[in-house]
Design a protein around this ligand. Structure first.
Ligand code: PLP
Length: 292
């Protein structure tokens, strides 16, 4: 993996640094590349990758790219696909199918039980990745990210540095905080702050090394469409010339702007990639807000 660049941008009158992990690689980009790096470096002739979760998930796409790179099978369990997606595959789902993903659909009513039993199996000779990649193996690549950032801060004489990234499972923020000497701030894009903390606790029992969770006043339901998110996406693109993701980053940036006065002077926003998923989100936004 090559070290990704750090850009200086200005947004709404404030200056920021952006760690461009979206540029790491087209297929294995963003924090998913960091979270999966362990499996590339420590590949041990496992025969297949097995995982489960949402059918437009960024992680699912990245796993399909990983399987292709390693030359092995990728089995993915999801709930029954909606027919519009089956008929017109798009974005992460389309990319994963093209990479050879073998999808197994589980009826809604059997899902919980099915996944419980899946987690209890002993997958010898396989790489088993939990939903969202919330597991110890993610630490390996995130330690490297932490080193790159700490090194950058030293080389550029930056003091009063803070890092920010939005969380889904929280694995990225957690392991980054464990290894960087700077303070990591995050926000919950899935569930509330208690839920995010419970996710941290699944990986680490020492809560003194947890990232700092910031919140917005409004609650968002993950994956739903909000006009202000689409506006934030465009305004970021306009001001910074960087395309950000539509699921996590509008919440992330809204949170940074809300708390800007109490954050460190030099904020480094970690761009976690996810741009392949934008095409289906943009279609949905256009349908909802532009055509009527
Ligand atoms: C997956 C993802 C996140 C969240 O990462 P977690 O480690 O699950 O918290 C944030 N931003 C983007 C673009 C992602 O794809």
């Amino acid at each position: 993996m090559i070290n990704s660049p750090i850009d200086r941008v200005s947004f709404r009158g404030y200056s920021f640094f952006v760690k461009r992990d979206d540029l790491l690689d087209y297929d294995l980009s963003g924090n998913k590349a960091r979270k999966l790096y362990h499996y590339i470096q420590n590949y041990n002739n496992q025969k297949m990758i097995i995982s489960y979760g949402g059918v437009q998930s960024n992680l699912m796409y990245s796993l399909s790219a990983l399987a292709k790179r390693l030359g092995i099978r990728f089995i993915y369990y999801s709930k029954i696909l909606p027919s519009y997606l089956k008929d017109n595959p798009t974005s992460n789902y389309l990319g994963a199918i093209n990479n050879g993903m073998e999808l197994i659909e589980i009826p809604h009513s059997e899902w919980d039980e099915y996944i419980q039993s899946l987690k209890q199996q002993n997958f010898e000779d396989c790489i088993f990745v939990k939903q969202g990649g919330l597991q110890k193996e993610a630490e390996y690549g995130l330690k490297i990210l932490a080193c790159e950032i700490d090194e950058y801060a030293i080389q550029n004489d930056l003091e009063d540095v803070g890092l920010f990234l939005p969380s889904g499972t929280g694995a990225t923020a957690l392991y980054l905080q464990k290894h960087t000497k700077h303070k990591v701030y995050t926000t919950h894009c899935v569930g509330d702050s208690e839920y995010l903390k419970s996710q941290f606790l699944e990986c680490e029992s020492d809560d003194s090394i947890f990232p700092t969770i910031l919140s917005l006043d409004k609650k968002y339901h993950f994956g739903n469409l909000y006009k202000e998110h689409f506006e934030m996406y465009h305004s970021l693109l306009n001001d910074t010339n960087i395309e950000f993701d539509l699921l996590y980053d509008p919440i992330g940036w809204a949170c940074v702007m809300k708390h800007i006065d109490s954050l460190p002077k030099n904020m480094i926003y970690i761009h976690c990639g996810g741009l392949i998923g934008n095409s289906s989100m943009i279609d949905r936004y256009r349908q909802k807000f532009l055509k009527k």
